[in-house]
Unconditional design. Sequence first.
Length: 181
Amino acid sequence: MKYIIFDLELNSKPFKSKIPNEIIEIGAIKLNSKLKVVDTFQAFIKPRHYSKLFRHIKKKTNIIQNDIDCAEDFKSVMRRFKKWIGREYILCAWGQDDFYHLNTNCTMEKMSVKWIEKRINIQKEFSRIYNFEKGKQSSLKDALNILDIPIIEENLHRADVDAQYTSEVFIKIFDKLDIKK
């Protein structure tokens, strides 16, 4: 079994629209059954609907316009990502949002979402393990602080870095996870 810890960055629009927020970066860490890192994945994605990065996204992520202008489209990146994942895996992410956005972007591009079904919400598990009040969940930054994992602030909100931090949390809490084998 492989654990695929992934994170997404989005070109989140500052206004309401029927078009979902588009994924502009995916980062992932592949752990083997012994929780050792066996590979990493990172790719920028060229958005189809909102091709210009919104100012607040540039500021938050430090992604530049050229990163997405020169990127592959969503379908191409997802084909590479799914091939990279391989067989016998569980997708893991910090919170429900990344699963939601992966699902909505796949649906928007008329791609299957079946491969997203086997998953672990690490944020939910962390909040359960550390007895957060029902309905309250920890931020990734708070989890890193609770677990004494050093943080380099300026690197947060990049998909590959957040996936790495999330994998460190996952490894530290793995024995306490409530997952069906």
